[in-house]
Write a protein that binds this ligand. Structure first.
Ligand SMILES: [Mn+2]
Length: 337
């Protein structure tokens, strides 16, 4: 599964770059940007893909749709990774390449009036629409950075050491160093090729990941609101605006107390974020807790239909650990239909 020689150019597809040239690039700079509440994968995939597009002659720059999280800061410091500038909104007509998301609810403000040139993603197809020619590339893999590596191969562009570190950081993060259920053989192979090329051993990467994991779980000095919103995604399902937080419990606090604190913050967060209903998946102790809230009681009906009877008001529980992407979102979507 290794590619020890790392010769992506040998795999390039003749003429493929002409398809990219055919996009309506406009006169200005195209922005390559991941989702709001960015994680390491959405930051790193944007940085690497902007570099790929520049290498192909297109004026592109990576941006972030929010401040980077503690895990991203940690790995960027350790491996000297370039971090994109944060933008809060984009002007109408801006050329955008969306990374690691395909829904307007998760995109930078103004994306609905922008011109989408490309979407590179590893989630289900969201609600984005674009009537002009575009490239949409989605693959069922564990990390958008794995797809970006594949794109370098497709276009025959060689990968610098810096880009190799950027891609590896995204893959290790999104797959939790290959431990996550969404990890595929392709993620394993790409991680291995990048690590070999950088001379990084599995032992070293385990240590690095342990540091990322510590940083990801470091909630010292964070308010309950910041904890709730640290890994928060917005969805549009059956016409409803739905927010779903993904939270790891604070091991230094009893589970019940932590769940209560998260429950308490949900009503105001729902209003602040402009949602119709709000959920949180909390991994603490055994299994996953699903917290739900909306003023009408519909969120409870949906949660109980999807996850079983409430264990107490506002909370359902699943004995197995649920992924937001592959379990919680599909289960809520089905319950809403
Ligand atoms: Mn991702």
């Amino acid at each position: 599964m290794n590619n020890p020689d790392n010769k992506p150019s040998s795999m390039s597809i003749p003429g493929y770059s002409a398809a990219i040239d055919a996009l309506d690039w406009g006169g200005g700079t195209a922005l390559v940007i991941g989702h709001r509440t960015p994680d390491t994968d959405s930051i790193c995939s944007a940085v690497a893909y902007a570099g790929l597009m520049r290498a192909m002659g297109h004026d592109c720059v990576a941006k972030a749709a929010g401040n980077v999280n503690r895990e991203t800061k940690f790995i960027a410091g350790l491996w000297n990774l370039p971090l994109p500038e944060v933008v809060c909104s984009v002007a109408p007509g801006t050329r955008l390449i969306l990374m690691d998301h395909s829904e307007y609810a998760q995109a930078v403000e103004g994306a609905g009036q922008a011109r989408l040139l490309q979407v590179i993603d590893h989630h289900g197809v969201g609600d984005i629409r674009e009537t002009n020619l575009m490239l949409y590339k989605a693959m069922p893999v564990g990390s958008t950075c794995t797809i970006v590596y594949h794109s370098f191969l497709e276009f025959g562009i060689s990968i610098s050491d810096e880009t190799a570190r950027v891609l590896l950081a995204g893959i290790i993060s999104d797959t939790r160093n290959l431990a996550k259920g969404t990890t595929t053989a392709m993620d394993v192979a790409v991680r291995s090729a990048l690590a070999d090329r950088l001379g990084m051993t599995d032992e070293y990467l385990s240590t690095v990941f342990a540091g990322m994991d510590r940083a990801a779980h470091d909630i010292s000095g964070m308010s309950d609101r910041e904890i709730f919103l640290a890994n928060y995604k917005r969805y549009r399902i059956e016409g409803l605006a739905i927010g779903i937080a993904s939270i790891d419990g604070d091991p230094s606090v009893p589970a019940e107390e932590f769940l209560d604190r998260m429950l308490r913050i949900m009503p105001e967060t729902m209003v602040e974020q402009g949602e119709d209903m709000i959920f949180a998946k909390v991994d603490i102790g055994r299994g996953t807790y699903i917290l739900y809230y909306d003023p009408s009681g519909r969120a409870r009906d949906i949660a109980e239909k999807a996850f079983g009877p409430s264990v107490r008001p506002g909370i359902c529980h699943s004995a197995r650990n649920l992924s937001r992407k592959t379990a919680v979102v599909p289960m809520i979507s089905r319950a809403l239909k």
